[in-house]
Design a binder for this molecule. Sequence first.
Ligand code: NAD
Ligand code: DAU
Length: 353
Amino acid sequence: MNIIITGGAGFIGSHVVRLFVNKYPEYHIINVDKLTYAGNLANLKDIEDKPNYTFVKADICDFDKMRELMAQYAVNGIIHLAAESHVDRSIKDPFTFARTNVLGTLSLLQAAKTYWENLPEGYEGKRFYHISTDEVYGALQFDGTLFTEQTKYDPHSPYSASKASSDHFVRAFHDTYGMPTIVTNCSNNYGPYQFPEKLIPLFINNIRHRKPLPVYGKGENVRDWLYVEDHARAIDLIFHKGKVADTYNIGGFNEWKNIDLIKVIIKTVDRLLGHPEGYSLDLITYVTDRQGHDLRYAIDSTKLKRELGWEPSLQFEEGIEKTVKWYLENEAWLENVTSGEYQRYYEGMYKDR
Ligand code: NAD
Ligand code: DAU
């Protein structure tokens, strides 16, 4: 297969690219990424010279470029992860989210449609797999209920509204044109290579520098955490075995109240840095809540287990230990990402490709 993976230089995308490049030497993996502040080719250093891997710096909103890439690489599969992904940024700048998440997804769909429809075999053997989020389902109360594939969409933030809209476009392309699409909705991911504006890497980095840990509101919001490599394994399975036009929820049945999770992070970082227990607790700083802050997310991934046999492989304790260790051992990565140096470096390096 010749597969375009969009957003492959980002957090989850880099794990998916690495998995596919290493596991399927017979495939050609084309990583299409605009390299925004969140995209970082250093995430893929270990595989960048593999013969079955190509990087293309491009914006998914550029329809002509997407159409050209489809034909140039005879693409028969797309795994679409490129997006603006940070809720706080979407509250400040919703237009960027509508542009990339909605119009970018539409441009990719239309490029695939116009290329695939004109082939003799049409959509046969093709697949457009769209990676979405549990946030499109809205917010749960503290009542034990879970998001299932039947839960009605009810997005609250500009980010989740843009992701919901893109999901609708993907499904519309199946229903209207017969494009073989799949959508998955996953819970919060954590692990190596996550940009340190998201809760877990931000707090690890701040503890390292003895900076305040800004806890939104009372820290009572709940998120359902999944180790990123388990998400990548689910994407591999669903890309190959998932039913066309179907939706699968992906999650680890691993709910944590923010403040409890923050205490686990503090305890782990302090232990690994050789500080006494409780040393960094004084960094906890309660700040004004996020606007429209969703109270609780929790995914029911029973369908994925029942139909395709997927389960998370890592216990949370093990996952968080691995994650904290990774950030502490990869200080240079953290420094590069936060200084913005990497962006200038790689833009120069790839500008002629
Ligand atoms: P990320 O912000 O780390 O990475 C996004 C990547 O997309 C970056 O490499 C960026 O350069 C690229 N990109 C952004 N705009 C682009 C454009 N216009 N054209 C081409 N490339 C562009 O995001 P992430 O956390 O890895 O999330 C990846 C996907 O998974 C997103 O679609 C997100 O909605 C979804 N998701 C994320 C989580 C999570 O917890 N992080 C959970 C569920 C679903
Ligand atoms: O649920 C899946 C989603 O998870 C993905 O679709 C998003 O792309 C991803 O960013 C993530 O969204 P969240 O808003 O849940 O993640 P974030 O790390 O920004 O915040 C996690 C929780 O921690 C949330 O309740 C807000 C809170 N928080 C976050 C930050 C950055 C704080 O209390 N302080 C902070 O500084």
